[in-house]
Design a protein around this ligand. Structure first.
Ligand code: FE2
Ligand code: FE2
Length: 272
């Protein structure tokens, strides 16, 4: 189904706003803007390395994320062009994490190459199959990633780790902007079909998993390392509830819609 003209126009404006702010205020250079000269072996720890390596692994699926994202959004200029920009920004995150692991000496080139090979041996698949459900997923996933990176930034700041402080500052600021774009798109979808959009949101919240599940080597063990993830309770309080407030819904409404959908459950059609 193609999007209505008004939706096309609104998406174009939403994208232009995102693009304009990104170009004017948010561009950063992984080689020039990180104080690499401040790397200090005394600040290294296996806990930090596992966090960065795990995040790097998730960011490395950019080819699969963008291929699928383009397929779902190619008929809507604003949305498809967002995918291109989004992919560029996520690709910088993977690059920066890779640089950190090698430059800090916490992984050798060979160790990193092995890890990357394991990552690329797996293929990320769409967790949901409609554009609107993937918008809901994007809002949730970006919010979780933002919270995780922001917590890492605060920890690095407390420890006086200037390199990780700066890295997590830049990447978490990007994730916040991605989350903001997805919330904006959700708001546009709500204007067109409030009930259907909220039903999708409820469905996605109940089936949400982070993209690394099943793809990153030893993911469950990694989650045991402090900082790799956040607890469900933290995600509810600091991610899901603020998102529900931003779209004018509530936990009660989500629970109701989810149970309604379950009663009339039909397999979701695969379409954009
Ligand atoms: Fe990212
Ligand atoms: Fe992101």
């Amino acid at each position: 189904m193609s999007a209505s003209l008004t939706h096309q126009e609104k998406m174009y404006r939403a994208y232009m706003e995102f693009f304009d702010i990104a170009e004017r205020k948010r561009r950063w250079h992984p080689l020039n803007d990180i104080p690499w000269e401040k790397l200090n072996p005394a600040k290294n720890s296996e806990e930090k390395a596992i966090c960065v390596e795990t995040f790097c692994g998730v960011e490395l699926y950019v080819p699969d994320y963008t291929a699928n994202g383009f397929n779902l959004t190619r008929t809507i200029f604003g949305h498809a062009w967002f995918q291109a920009n989004w992919g560029y920004e996520e690709s910088k995150h993977g690059l920066t994490f890779r640089e950190y692991l090698i430059r800090s000496g916490q992984r050798t080139e060979e160790q990193y190459a092995d890890f990357e090979q394991q990552i690329f041996a797996q293929v990320w698949k769409l967790p949901f199959h409609t554009r609107r459900q993937m918008t809901c997923y994007g809002a949730l996933q970006e919010s979780a990633t933002f919270l995780i990176y922001r917590a890492q930034m605060e920890k690095a700041r407390q420890e006086g780790d200037e390199v990780l402080d700066k890295i997590y500052f830049y990447v978490s600021r990007d994730e916040a902007a991605h989350m903001g774009f997805y919330i904006k798109v959700l708001q546009l979808e709500l204007e067109e079909d409030r009930e259907g959009t909220l039903a999708d949101l409820a469905y996605v919240i109940y089936h949400f998993q982070m993209p690394g599940v099943g793809l990153i080597p030893e993911y469950d063990q990694r989650l045991g390392v402090n900082g790799v993830g956040i607890s469900s309770q933290q995600f509810l309080q600091r991610g899901i509830f603020p998102l529900l407030r931003a779209v004018g819904s509530s936990r009660q409404e989500m629970v109701k819609l989810f149970h309604q959908k379950k009663k009339t459950e039909q397999p979701d059609r695969i379409s954009a």
